[in-house]
Structures are given as structure tokens and as C-alpha cells.
Design a protein around this ligand. Structure first.
Ligand code: ARG
Length: 386
């Protein structure tokens, strides 16, 4: 039933109804929810899905976790896996409905985290935050032959709030007003304006999406994870005057802090993001776990939560998928389409970034990405045209 697009809305409705009904009810997992989980688990197990969820959710782990709930929010295993059950084409398929889920459902999260972040074992610990200095990273493309633009972002959650599937309408509004109050105090190059999605007209919204400044609406992976409830309440975007520093409020994470500009000056873009994070961190309390680092809704963003990317044209390598795959694995890079995740590449422009975000300091993450992109450009220069 899950995979069939005609029946998917019915499934979604049923699941969210069941989840909503039992969210604040007893700590026992309801039998209807259990039955639905069992059926959908079996469908995933029987499918050819390549998601990390399918790989690591063994029958044994499923049986152990299916009746567990988190102490403060009563989140169930279904909250964690509904996106992957609904979307068999997920790469990962797992989200944490609240911070405690990483512990209660650790038998599932830990192997997924280890697999995604390449060898971060359950005995490993995220190092202390160390941003270092962007000036150590020279411009990746001073002559402007390959890189269209560079972007660095990180995510933050505020202490005292759960993640999307457990947030109430009031929580969304509260988060938005607390974050906005902090944004209003930003000075210098960070000075700008916040606009709530509820008051933004469709035309300006589309323009911001086209300029890669704003998130898209209706991501089916997030929606199935229960992250689009009360949309667009509490969601919005802050832009500085130069439009090279952006803050997203209540999209996937409570806060996404982004720095971007044309060209390949990674160090400068990174420093701008760091300055923004530090200014906000003086006013807001971020949720950081001793072992997992900064806590985020999706396990792919734990640790530093940093994704440093370039929009880049590598025409020769793009014609040699085998070589490109080999290089991206060697340098631990992730390749996406032009409009980000689950999108196609337009005009040969790809979005390439660091894959792992956990297990290294912020500085090391940027260094890994810098080395990787440099390596790709070298390989492009050497590649023969066909
Ligand atoms: N849940 C989606 C998948 O598994 C996205 C995973 C990573 N991306 C993200 N924006 N958190 O494919």
C-alpha cells in the first residue's frame, strides 16, 4: 500500500491521525499503530529500497524498539521511521522526533549514524567545537573557471524544544519569536530583515527559491516525517542587506544559518557563517549533546551540522560517472543536483559538499571539503575530453 501513489495520501492521513491521537496519551504504544508499523516494516523489508533504514532496521531491532517511547514526548519508533517507510527511495529514511529519541532508539540510530558518517562508532564522541580560521583555506577557483558559488550552512536546535513531529503550533510561534528577537540584535554585515512565510506573497517566495536563498515547500521526505505540520506557521527567512547571510527558521531544524556568495572563496564564506553562529549563540541556548554534538532533526546533520558546498561545473568528469564516483568516495564528498537534494543538475552545474558532519571538528570538516574540491578540480584539469 505504501508505495502506491494513489494510496499514499490515505496512508499519510491514517499515520498522522494515529500518531497525533497517541502523542500525549499513554506511554504504551497503541495496538493500531503497532499493527500499521508491523505491516509497513514488512513492506520495507520485502522491498528493494537502498535506504540506510532498510539496511539497519533488522527484525530483531524492530521487535526490540517497536514498543518503546521517549520519556518526555512519548515519541514512538513510528515517529522515527515513518519517512523511510513512506518513501522507499530515501537515502537514509530516519529522523529523531525529539532529542531523547537518539538514546531510546539508539539500537537503530547508532548503526545508521556509523554508516552515514563513515565510522563514527557508538563509543566515539564528537570533539569540542573548534571553528578555526577561514583564512587557512585559499580560494578554490581564483580564475572563476569551475565554481559558480560557495555556500556553508549549519543547523541548530534550541534547548527545551523537541523537533518537528512533536512541536505544537504554540511551540512554532514561540521558537520563531525567540529566534527573531536574537536576529534583531545582529550588527554590521549581519544586519537585515526577517520575513515570516505566512505574510510573504507567492511571487517573492518563488524568487527567493530560484535564487537558492529559500527552502522549498512540500518536501515529501520531511512531510512524511511529520515536519510540515501547521505549515507555514512559525516558518520564515532572515536575510542580511547584502543577501549573503541567511537564516531559515523552523524548516527542517529550528535554525539553519547559511553564508553564501558567488565564486570559490570558501574561507571567507565560512568565516561569515561562523561569525553569525557565534553572535546568535550569545543570545540563544543551543542543544548540544556530549557524544553527538549539535542535535538536529536528521541524523545526517549531527555533530558539526556543517554542510559546505559549491555549485560547480566539471564537464569532463561529469561524462565519466565511474571516475567521479571513485573520486567522491575517496574525498568523502556528496554530489547533488543544482537545486539541492533529490534534484537534477541544470546546465551541468552540480552541488558538491562534504558528506560527513560528525566525528571531526568544524575546522576539519571544512578542510576535508576543501581538499576534496581541490582534488576534483585537479582531476577535471587532467581529464581528457571525449
Ligand atoms: N530523509 C531524506 C532521505 O533519506 C533526506 C536525508 C538527508 N537530508 C536532509 N535534508 N536531512 O533521503
Amino acid at each position: 500500500m505504501l508505495l502506491n501513489s494513489k494510496t499514499r495520501p490515505k496512508f499519510k492521513f491514517l499515520t498522522s491521525w494515529i500518531l497525533a491521537t497517541f502523542r500525549h496519551a499513554s506511554k504504551k504504544v497503541d495496538k493500531n499503530l503497532l499493527k500499521q508499523m508491523e505491516d509497513d516494516f514488512q513492506k520495507l523489508a520485502d522491498s528493494k529500497s537502498k535506504s540506510l533504514l532498510r539496511r539497519h532496521l533488522t527484525k530483531e531491532i524492530f521487535d526490540k524498539l517497536k514498543t518503546q517511547t521517549t520519556p518526555s514526548y512519548n515519541s514512538t519508533l513510528m515517529h522515527c521511521i515513518s519517512s523511510g517507510l513512506c518513501n522507499h527511495d530515501s537515502g537514509v529514511g530516519l529522523y529523531a522526533p525529539d532529542p531523547e529519541a537518539y538514546k531510546v532508539f539508539a539500537d537503530l540510530f547508532d548503526p545508521v549514524i556509523e554508516d552515514y558518517h563513515k565510522c563514527f562508532r557508538k563509543t566515539d564522541k564528537q570533539p569540542e567545537t573548534a571553528f578555526g580560521k577561514g583564512k587557512d583555506f585559499e580560494n578554490l577557483d581564483p580564475d572563476g573557471n569551475f565554481i559558480v558559488s560557495t555556500r556553508v550552512r549549519c543547523g541548530r536546535a534550541l534547548k527545551g524544544f523537541p523537533f518537528n513531529p512533536c512541536l505544537t503550533e504554540e511551540d512554532y510561534n514561540k521558537l520563531q519569536s525567540e529566534i527573531c528577537a536574537a536576529l534583531k540584535n545582529l550588527k554590521g554585515e549581519y544586519k537585515g530583515c526577517y520575513e515570516s512565510l505566512s505574510t510573504m506573497d507567492k511571487c517573492s517566495q518563488q524568487k527567493l527559491i530560484d535564487d537558492h536563498l529559500l527552502f522549498k515547500e512540500g518536501d515529501r521526505f520531511l512531510e512524511a516525517a511529520g515536519a510540515s505540520r501547521f505549515w507555514p506557521i512559525g516558518r520564515g527567512i532572515y536575510l542580511n542587506d547584502a543577501k549573503n547571510f541567511v537564516v531559515w527558521v523552523n524548516e527542517e531544524d529550528h535554525i539553519r544559518i547559511i553564508s553564501m556568495e558567488k565564486g570559490g572563496d570558501l574561507g571567507k564564506v565560512y568565516d561569515r557563517m561562523v561569525g553569525g553562529v557565534e553572535a546568535l549563540g550569545k543570545q540563544l541556548q543551543f542543544n548540544r549533546d556530549e557524544r553527538l554534538g549539535f542535535l538536529t532533526f536528521c541524523p545526517t546533520n549531527l555533530g558539526t551540522s556543517i554542510r559546505a558546498s559549491v555549485h560547480i561545473k566539471l564537464p569532463k568528469l561529469m561524462n565519466d560517472p565511474e571516475e567521479l564516483k571513485e573520486l567522491s568516495e575517496r574525498y568523502r564528498l556528496q554530489i547533488r543536483g543544482t537545486s539541492g537534494e533529490h534534484s537534477e543538475a541544470k546546465d551541468g552545474v552540480h552541488d558538491i559538499s562534504n558528506q560527513r558532519r560528525l566525528g571531526l571538528t568544524e575546522y576539519e570538516i571544512i578542510k576535508e571539503m576543501h581538499t576534496g574540491i581541490k582534488g576534483l578540480i585537479e582531476a577535471e584539469k587532467k581529464a581528457k575530453s571525449c
